[in-house]
Design a protein. Sequence first.
Length: 450
Amino acid sequence: MYLESENKTLENAFNWAVKKTAQFVVSGKKNGDINKGDGGKWYGPDAKIINEPNENWAKPQNYGSAFWAGYYDRSAYYIRDFVHQAVGAVILGLYDEVYQMYHTFVSSASEKTGWYALWSFNFNHTPYYMDTPNLNRFVREITSQFELVELGYKLYLWTGDERYITDKSIALFADKIMSDFIDNQDGIIFPEKNGIPEGKGDIFEGSATYNERGFWAVEAADSIAAMYSATVSYSKILKLRGNNEEAQKQAERAKKLKKYFNEEWSVVNGTDMFCYAIDDKKQKHCKWTKKSGMLCGAETLEFIPLKKLSRDGERNEKMLDYIYMMQSSKETMSDNIESLTYLPDLYFANNQCERAWNFMKYIISKKDLPHEHKSQGTNGDYPEISFTLISQTVEGIMGISVDENNGNLIIKPNLPREINTIKLHDFKFKSKIYDIEIDKDGAKITKITT
């Protein structure tokens, strides 16, 4: 697959990304590292760390179908990264890798884990000990569990693979996350239950947010937004299963959650800004702050409009302006480029293609610079950069999506002013290959093979 455009920034970056993603695919590799992590050490069960791979759990193993999704100096793939990279991977034709990785995550959830899917896995699909020393202590982030449910429906649309709906492990995971998991996490800190899952503390205790560099949020907007989007997707999954009555209940549940969030949970007296977190003293937080590397407000706030939890209108527009201002200033922007990769998605979702493209250009301009986590290489060596550049070009700028009613492609271009034409060659969709040409007047699709 390759792209042509009169805008050479886009053309060169997209074609770089296609080549770069191939570097991260490890399927079938013989004798690759497992449980290797920061500092060139090996991380084992019960938090054991060794300097040489002389234990059975550290010795090289044959890899399954997988690709890197996380720091390039760790021999693992992570839920959060995988969820954000998965559509780009499917666009690249990595159908088997995506399915095997998705199935590995959801199959790891059980009553013993509190229905949390484990946070990371080696490329042979065994738990990555750095993040899962044992099943009593492992990384737990609430937002990611809901993103997995939402992703299952997205992957069904993009691939047509019915296993994302019918597989027993996948179906059980969706059922449990949308029922027992929410109920188990609600009311663990605050005495009253309000239908919102709560975090116990840091990522090993159970975090309510993807924001790992801030205060302890008991309830956080990013997990609520992810739960809302998952509930909408779960309703559609249930309908595909033939359970129309429960599907309608979940659709109504999503509407009630959106109403509660917009009219109560997110409201802060004296301002129309959105609350993005509530701490253990029940204090509501709505101001974006950054001090001594501690950033509060980024993903926690950004997921509200990204997942369409907020209602359209003046209040939502102000939030979009606020996020753009804070992420455009060196004093307040995210230091980790991973966080910035959500911004194009956010602004495309809210029909602001110029802002989306501006953040894409910024990320492109930084891809060859050292990553803040220096041992993993450049920013471009962080897999999320290349995978999301592909999905943001195809889904965002080109406006390609899948019709939920018939499974066919829909194209509604979102071309920024600087981009007049795009020609995408050898685009795989399900079992067919297409050439797609887009300009200011519309789109043309040519099927070139089956």
